[in-house]
Ligand binder design. Structure first.
Ligand code: GAP
Length: 477
């Protein structure tokens, strides 16, 4: 059964409650000086993180493009997830399934019959809304008309396409609404080929598509997005809840290790009423966005539901054969499903700060700074030449930047150092290195740290070692 029917409603109503709590008091101090979505959207466009898709044709609702910095930022977020979930473990293997699968996949999974949102239309302004997002079902949230909303009706969120030259019902296929099903239908192929036995996991990152009724909040709710999903299969030997909790702890540590503010992150435990009947446990990982709490990831104990459903419809045995007990069994499933676009947006929002300070001349200045973790930052080291019209400085700075490229994500720039610092602060570069006239005589450069704005003079030959040490724990998780 798709999660839409199990967790969507609960999480949407918590989003609304989150907004009210924020207004009512306790969250106010955290959220008060926070960036607005308008500021984030403007910065994302200005600096090349995220653009509206097909902007020159007026855009297309629910689709976004990642610019030069955004593409790297999102890749870093995915790499950080992949490193921790796959590479640093010996019990998780990699996977990459196709976006379009046999349509029966979605029959078995429950998506064809139950992957619905309830929607209503306003008879006056003709706008469409998700029923569970309405605060007051008697009034249109856009035009305010009373009793103008139609009764709610089901709307299936899967996107349809046609395979081959005929666009008839026999050739209908769906763009996957989650990556997980590709893993379930391949479960046997994978455990046999990789010689794995439960407990073990299969992970993949890939695009998913949902025909959301009301996409919005920038890249939070979109119609095309990327998911990072881990499907962890465990024996039914009484240790499953312990393993579920271990994954919750690991995911919590992951967000913390990349510096997400703990006050803006919560792990909401679903009540039995909020979980599907077959699930033994469920946690929603939520972040306090400028508009309220929003789900980043769902962690669920799904029992044998998914494999059972595919075995029943396909008639194929996907059970695992245990050599010790000489018996077949269907493993239980623990799933960690994180949205990479939402997580990227979270890193962007969480890193944002407007900071006032006094410069060495006593003048008050203000800067916008993105305090990205060095592993997440799109550019890690910017190298400047003090002057653009001095070939010997330019040549030296360029050669230092080229030398650092093998270890760091770097950028070369030149000109007014104050302006260059401001630009790099705004894209979250942790270190700036300036090459000046002294560099030519004594071989030293100035390194300026983004967060403290402290400057140090160090030997250019020691830069690599210095930056590695200063980036810690970037080389960790
Ligand atoms: N296989 C389980 C699953 O798909 P889900 O809670 O529906 O569970 C997991 O989705 C994550 O995918 C969400 O927590 C969210 O981060 C992301 N996601 C879901 N719908 C999305 C959308 N329309 N736009 C962006 N991200 C979305």
């Amino acid at each position: 059964m798709p999660s839409r029917t199990r967790q969507g409603v609960a999480s949407a109503s918590r989003e609304i409650v989150g907004c009210l709590v924020k207004l009512a008091g306790s969250m106010e101090t955290v959220s008060e000086q926070r960036v607005t979505m308008d500021e984030i959207t403007a910065l994302a466009k200005r600096r090349g993180f995220i653009f509206q898709s097909s902007e020159i044709y007026g855009g297309i609702n629910g689709f976004w493009d990642y610019g030069p910095l955004g593409a790297v930022l999102k890749r870093n977020v995915k790499n950080a997830w992949w490193r921790d979930t796959v590479e640093l473990r010996d019990d998780v293997v990699a996977f990459d399934s196709s976006i379009i699968m046999h349509p029966l996949t979605w029959k078995a999974s429950g998506h064809i019959d139950a992957f619905h949102d309830r929607m209503v239309d306003c008879k006056v302004c003709k706008h469409r809304f998700r029923f569970d997002h309405l605060k007051d079902a008697s009034k249109c949230p856009d035009c305010g008309s009373k009793d103008a909303l139609t009764p709610p009706r089901n709307f299936n969120l899967m996107m349809k396409t046609f395979i081959g030259p005929m666009d008839d019902t026999a050739s209908i296929a769906y763009l996957r609404p989650e990556t997980a099903q590709g893993i379930f239908v391949n479960f046997k192929n994978v455990f046999q080929a990789a010689r794995k036995k439960p407990p073990f996991g299969i992970a993949q990152i890939g695009k998913s598509f949902r025909n959301e009724i009301t996409p919005g909040n920038f890249t939070f709710r979109t119609r095309e997005f990327e998911q990072a999903e881990l499907e962890y299969f465990v024996p039914d030997d009484g240790k499953d809840i312990e393993l579920f909790q271990a994954w919750v702890a690991r995911r919590k540590a992951w967000y913390a290790s990349y510096g997400i503010n703990a006050e803006r992150l919560r792990f909401y435990e679903l009540t039995p009423q909020e979980r599907p009947h077959y699930a033994k446990a469920g946690i929603d990982v939520e972040y306090l966005f400028p508009w309220g709490w929003g789900e980043l990831e769902s962690i669920a104990h799904r029992g044998t539901y998914d494999l059972d459903a595919h075995m029943e419809l396909s008639g194929k045995d996907l059970r695992f054969f245990d050599e010790v007990s000489k018996a077949h069994y269907t493993p239980l499933l623990i799933e960690c499903s994180a949205g990479m676009d939402r997580t990227t947006l979270t890193f962007l929002i969480d890193a944002y700060e407007r900071e006032k300070s006094v410069d060495p001349n006593g003048k008050e200045t203000e800067r916008t700074v993105l305090r990205f973790h060095p592993f997440i930052a799109p550019v890690q080291v910017a190298v400047f030449s003090l002057a653009r019209n001095k070939p010997e400085l330019v040549e030296r700075a360029r050669s230092i930047e080229t030398g650092l490229r093998t270890s760091f994500r770097t950028q070369y720039d030149e000109g007014n150092i104050g302006q260059l610092y401001r630009r790099q602060d705004e894209i979250g570069t942790p270190f700036c290195v300036t090459v000046d006239y002294d560099t030519l005589t004594d071989g030293t450069v100035t390194v300026r740290q983004r967060d403290s704005m402290q400057q140090e003079r160090i030997a250019a030959s020691a830069l690599d070692t210095y930056l590695r040490a200063a980036s810690e724990p970037s080389t960790g998780r």
